[in-house]
Every structure is written in C-alpha cells, then in structure tokens.
Design a protein. Structure first.
Length: 222
C-alpha cells in the first residue's frame, strides 16, 4: 500500500512539474528539483532499522536524471566566451555600389600593342565598363574614318592577359577586330571578397601602315 501511494505521489509531482515548467523549463526545473527528496548521506540503512523506503530510490533517480539533463544543455562559461574562427566570405565590407571611376581619357600612339590596366574593387556587385574610342593613322589624323587607322581592341582579365603576353591563344571578355570607331558597353563579373584586375588592349592591326593614334574615353561603374 505504501509503495503504491509513493508511486502515485511521484506521478502527481511529474504531471504538476510538466505543467509548471512548460513555458520556461530550465529555470523552473531548477526550482522544482529543490523540492524533490534527495538521498540523505548519513541516514541509517533500511535493513538496520527494519523500515522499507520503496519510493526514495525512484525519486532520487528521477531527480538526478533531470538535473543531469539540464546541466548537459547548459553551455560552459568557456564555451560561451570562446570566439569562433570567421570564414573570409563571412566578412562584410563596404560596397562600392554607386561609384564611378574614369580609367582612361587620353590620346596615345599604338605602334604594336598598348595596354591599360584597371582594377575592380572587392564587393562590387555589378561592375560595368563603358566607353568609346576612335583611331586613325598618324599621318592622316584628319581622316578618322579611313580604314588605315584600324586597330584591334580587347578587354582581358588577368589570366587572359598572361596568356596573350606569352603567345598562348585565349578568349577575351570583349574583342573588336580592325576597327577605328568603337563603342563598348560591357558588364564585368562580380569581384566578391578580392579586387580583380583587367586590361584594355589596343593592338595595331597593320604595322606596315605605321603608328596609329587612338582617342579613348573609358569609365567603370560599380
């Protein structure tokens, strides 16, 4: 009879405790555990007194299991304070969106090949190159529409320019062959977390006709 009564009391405590801690389990479980009976370390053994305590072991086991579960969920002070190692892509830097950079605005001579390097800053979401150039033979500067002033024009990334410099065949982001009046409107790849370098390349389409003069105006929007 006493054993059954003890289990009924324990079941009632658990049902009451579930409803009590439903909204804020950890804080209220700590308060509830204080009221559960614990094993008394100096209490005489039941076999020596002739008394039986059938329910004390069960209550102590339940209370100990609940306490272990709660403490397992709680992070240690060292875990809460230890900083994680950030990934490079997690870094958020100021975006250059809305800015403009004029990268070329001049008249220059092209004997064989002339290049101009420019850089897209990091975190540029939609870099855009636009501009125009005209070219003509140096001895016929007044005749800008004459095909004798034709040049080749290329827009290259760093790897493509390295291939060109070593004589290897490579594709270009943009190319126009044998032209003396060219407009350029080109979207460039997103730069992500590293700046990207590009090249404007003007190449004399016919060196036998001598040097060419090029008037160029190019801008990059970010």
């Amino acid at each position: 009879m006493m054993k059954r009564l003890g289990w009924l009391l324990l079941g009632g405590l658990l049902v009451f405790g579930y409803g009590y801690v439903r909204e804020n389990p950890k804080q209220k479980l700590f308060a509830l555990l204080k009221h559960l009976p614990q094993a008394a370390p100096n209490k005489p053994d039941a076999t020596q007194t002739g008394l039986q305590a059938p329910d004390s072991g069960a209550k102590t086991t339940v209370a100990g299991a609940l306490a272990s579960w709660i403490h397992k969920e709680e992070p240690s002070e060292q875990e809460r304070s230890a900083p994680g190692t950030p990934h490079p892509l997690d870094h958020i830097a100021a975006s250059p969106v809305g800015s403009t950079n004029r990268i070329l605005h001049k008249t220059f001579a092209v004997t064989t090949l002339t290049k101009f390097a420019f850089e897209i800053p990091s975190h540029a979401a939609t870099p855009h190159l636009h501009g125009v150039f005209r070219s003509f033979a140096q001895q016929q500067a007044a005749q800008s529409s004459d095909d004798s002033g034709n040049v080749d024009f290329l827009v290259l990334n760093q790897q493509q320019y390295a291939d060109l410099a070593t004589g290897r065949q490579s594709e270009a982001l943009f190319s126009a062959e044998s032209t003396h009046d060219q407009e350029v409107n080109l979207g460039l790849p997103v730069s992500q977390d590293q700046p990207q370098k590009y090249y404007l390349v003007f190449r004399n389409a016919s060196t036998a006709e001598g040097r060419k003069l090029v008037q160029a105006d190019f801008t990059v929007d970010f």
